[in-house]
Design a protein around this ligand. Sequence first.
Ligand code: NAD
Ligand code: DAU
Length: 349
Amino acid sequence: MKILITGGAGFIGSHVVRLFVEKYPQYQVFNLDKLTYAGNLQNLKDLEVEENYTFLKGDITDSAYLESIFSENAFDAVIHLAAESHVDRSISGPMAFVRTNVMGTVNLLEACRKHWLGQLEGKLFYHVSTDEVYGSLGDEGLFTESTAYDPRSPYSASKAASDHFVRAWHHTFGLPIKLSNCSNNYGPNHFPEKLIPLAIHNIKSGKPVPVYGKGDNVRDWLYVLDHARAIDVIFHKGKLGDTYNVGGVNEWRNIDLIELLCDVMDEKLGRQPGESRRLITFVKDRAGHDARYAIDSSKLMGELEWAPSVTFEEGLRKTVDWYLQNEEWLEEVTSGHYRDYYAQQYGER
Ligand code: NAD
Ligand code: DAU
């Protein structure tokens, strides 16, 4: 089987590529990535020698490029992760999200439709999406697979649009598809514009840790390797045409999470208990900030027997250890353009 994984140099994609290359030596895995600021081949350096792994540098918004790679390689399946993924960037510059997340996804669907025409048996387009398409919850309730879509940021609207296009290609053209909508991931290779790695980086450097608003927004956190395991099981055993919600059953208010992280960092860095909490700084809230996300994963857990394998305490400790042991990775991605982004977003370097 030849599998095209898009966005494989990014955070989640790098773990999915690694899992498929290592677990399935009989598959040929192609990683297509534009290498935007979020893509980093360091994440997969050791895989470059593997015979079943090929990196393709390219842009999913370039349909001529997609035509060329689909003609050269008869892909049997696509696992689509490439996206612009940061909500704050979607507020300051939404068009990149429309181009990559909407147009890029439609280009991929069209490439599959054209190249799989008349031979759809055994083919699969697996779209990796987010729980943010369902909108924002109050204090009660969970997102299920049948919750109505209600995206509220440019990012989530672009992901919702992409989900609709994937389902439209299934219903209209018979394209074999699967989708999953996952909650907030954390773990190694996470770009430090997102809450947990940004906080780890700032705590380590003794810089203010920015918490939006009152810090009472709630997210459901899942260790990234458990998401990769879910993608593996859905890819192989999920029903064609179906959607699976993936979540950690692990809800945290941002402020509680950051306080826990400060305490773990104090311990790991040999600081006095409570020292890092002094860095917590409440800053201006995100525009249109969704209050709460929480996922009902019972379909995935019941039908496909998936469950998170790592508790949040363990996952957070593993994540902190990884960032402390990979200082070079962190230094590299937080130089140059990252500093400009940080200055624009938080008003300081
Ligand atoms: P990321 O930003 O870390 O990585 C995205 C990757 O896509 C990068 O390697 C980037 O270079 C590549 N890319 C961007 N534009 C491209 C283009 N036009 N052509 C080719 N490659 C391009 O993102 P992530 O956090 O790993 O998220 C991966 C996917 O999972 C996204 O679709 C995202 O919506 C979804 N998702 C993320 C989370 C999360 O918590 N991070 C949760 C649920 C779903
Ligand atoms: O729910 C899944 C989504 O989770 C994914 O689809 C997105 O790609 C991913 O980026 C993530 O979106 P969030 O907006 O929830 O993640 P982020 O890490 O940006 O923010 C988490 C929470 O922390 C959110 O309530 C905003 C808050 N926050 C974030 C940053 C960057 C802060 O308080 N301070 C910050 O500096």
